[in-house]
Design a protein around this ligand. Structure first.
Ligand SMILES: [Zn+2]
Length: 134
């Protein structure tokens, strides 16, 4: 089995409702997502796939949905205010944790036909979350 990994960087704001610590406050992260793709066999170019193909797909998803966006749980009481102020945000069904974001990226890339092994989201230099289905 061959595995290649591409890293991409982006920023987002969020808060975690009901969190007992400081994550309940509005705050942001500058993160690294590390995307690993697997194949049993290499293609005719001797590759799992082109790094630039991974970058193009993941960057388009991240730019449209996550980068410089504010990510909130769908029940967050801030949503009516942000809507009224015409501020950009994305409401999701789950709490917008690094775990959930890594799953969202994984599922998108899988839908696009990439044989994703795992997505690791580094929320800080020392803390990461990984989503993997195999
Ligand atoms: Zn956070």
């Amino acid at each position: 089995m061959y595995t290649i990994t591409k890293e991409v960087y982006f920023c987002y704001g969020h808060r975690l409702m009901n969190h007992k610590g400081k994550c309940k406050n509005l705050h942001g992260h500058s993160v690294k997502a590390s995307i690993s793709i697997q194949q049993e066999q290499l293609n005719e170019q001797g590759m799992v796939c082109d790094f630039s193909d991974i970058k193009e797909l993941v960057t388009s998803y991240i730019d449209q949905n996550l980068d410089h966006n504010f990510l909130l749980h769908k029940d967050d009481p801030l949503i009516p205010l942000l809507t009224q102020q015409k501020e950009r945000f994305m409401a999701i069904d789950e709490h917008p944790t690094a775990e959930v974001l890594s799953k969202m990226i994984y599922q998108y890339l899988k839908q696009q036909g990439l044989n994703v092994d795992k997505v690791v989201l580094w929320e800080t230099a020392s803390a990461s979350a990984c989503y993997q289905e195999n």
